[in-house]
Design a protein around this ligand. Structure first.
Ligand code: UDP
Ligand code: MG
Length: 347
């Protein structure tokens, strides 16, 4: 069923692939996390049902309902009732997008698996190009955004800065200007699903696994309908999670702050000693209360920040040690295409 798989972990992203071509047939899984997407979900499925047959592959679509409180689940049930290629995984509550995507990935049977959002921001037609790249031997064909409609200037700027900073801080090659929209080979999915860690940030776990990555450039559209599920605060929490789960840099940065403070302190001591010596003992200017308070607050803030950074790692370590699952499934509706083709299930 599946084709040849590359396991070259040393190849950086965007390197040309020389792996032999994969079989044209096979099963394509599309994983879609959904949280309160009643306005778009029907349109999304209609577009996918129109586009995916053009891939030349059999396909299944796995919608993961992540604790929606609107009509999303009812609409997904209706879609699954009339389309045997659809499976709906209903999570027991809202576990978050990362958990929802992970649940879909774990349930997917495909030789290749696409992850995409429910809101048609990522045009399904791009999946066809991703499939072609995969058939040519690429293991991860990730959507790289040429442009992004419907986002504020502030979000574009902060996202771009964060992506670039993040790529410098993680200790493995990390693509920029990309999100969750990507196609990954079964071998990559197996490597990621097998990881024991509970708290997951898939955007960095997939590059962590290695394999052959290639960008597929595309223009990201505005959301078809509905609202983003990410407030600035939720985005900030996601960014903190991303950084702390993927990099030791925050702890290392506290050393930089320590060195910076030591340098400032040393310079201040030299100036104070010099001015005392130049102006005869005792006649130099005394430090003001405000200056002392400023220094004490600065030192205190850096120390508190260092403790807080360590605390962030400790909390995450504690959560991992509790061993709670990343998500809980309440119900699964429909078998997806794989149910009709048990042979498609990867060993
Ligand atoms: N989503 C989810 N659980 C959540 C939040 C979001 O499954 O707790 C889904 C959402 O339905 C969408 C995808 O994750 O399919 C991305 O969310 P959204 O489009 O709101 O993010 P944005 O594109 O604005 O960053
Ligand atoms: Mg979106």
């Amino acid at each position: 069923m599946t084709s040849t798989r590359s396991t070259d972990h040393s190849t950086p992203p965007e390197s040309p692939s020389h792996a032999p071509s994969r079989a044209v047939r096979g099963l394509l899984s599309v994983v879609i996390p959904c949280h309160n997407e009643q306005e778009v979900i029907e349109a999304t499925h209609a577009r996918l049902a129109e586009v995916l047959p053009r891939s030349g592959m059999d396909f299944e679509v796995l919608y993961v309902d992540d604790g929606s409180r609107d009509q999303t689940l009812a609409r997904l049930e209706a879609i699954a009732a009339r389309d045997a290629r659809v499976q709906v995984i209903e999570l027991a509550r809202n576990f978050g997008q990362q958990a929802a995507m992970s649940a879909g990935l774990a349930a997917a049977h495909g030789d290749a698996i696409v992850i995409t959002d429910a809101d048609l921001q990522d045009p399904p037609e791009v999946i066809l190009e991703m499939v072609r790249r995969w058939q040519d031997g690429v293991d991860v064909a990730y959507g790289r955004r040429r442009s992004r409609d419907g986002e504020t200037r502030f979000k574009l700027l902060t996202a771009s800065l964060f992506h670039r900073m993040f790529a410098r801080l993680v200790p493995y090659p990390m693509p920029v200007d990309t999100g969750d929209f990507k196609l990954i080979d079964r071998a990559v999915a197996d490597a990621v699903v097998a990881l024991p860690e509970k708290r997951r940030y898939l955007r960095s776990l997939v590059p962590w696994a290695g394999f052959r990555h290639e960008p597929v450039w595309y223009d990201r559209h505005a959301r078809l309908a509905g609202q983003t599920k990410y407030s600035p605060w939720k985005l900030l929490k996601l960014a903190a999670d991303a950084l702390i789960l993927s990099s030791d840099a925050p702890v290392r940065l506290t050393w930089v702050a320590t060195a910076g403070l030591a340098l400032v302190g040393g310079a201040a001591a030299a100036v104070a000693t010099g001015s005392w010596w130049m102006s005869a003992a005792g006649t130099g200017r005394e430090p003001t209360i405000a200056a002392i308070t400023a220094v004490a607050c600065l030192v205190g803030a850096v120390q508190t920040a260092a403790v807080a950074v360590v605390g962030e790692y400790v909390v995450r370590g504690y959560r991992e040690s509790q061993g709670r699952p990343t998500w809980v499934v309440r119900r699964t509706i429909g078998g997806g295409r794989a149910a009709a083709r048990p042979s498609a299930k990867a060993a």
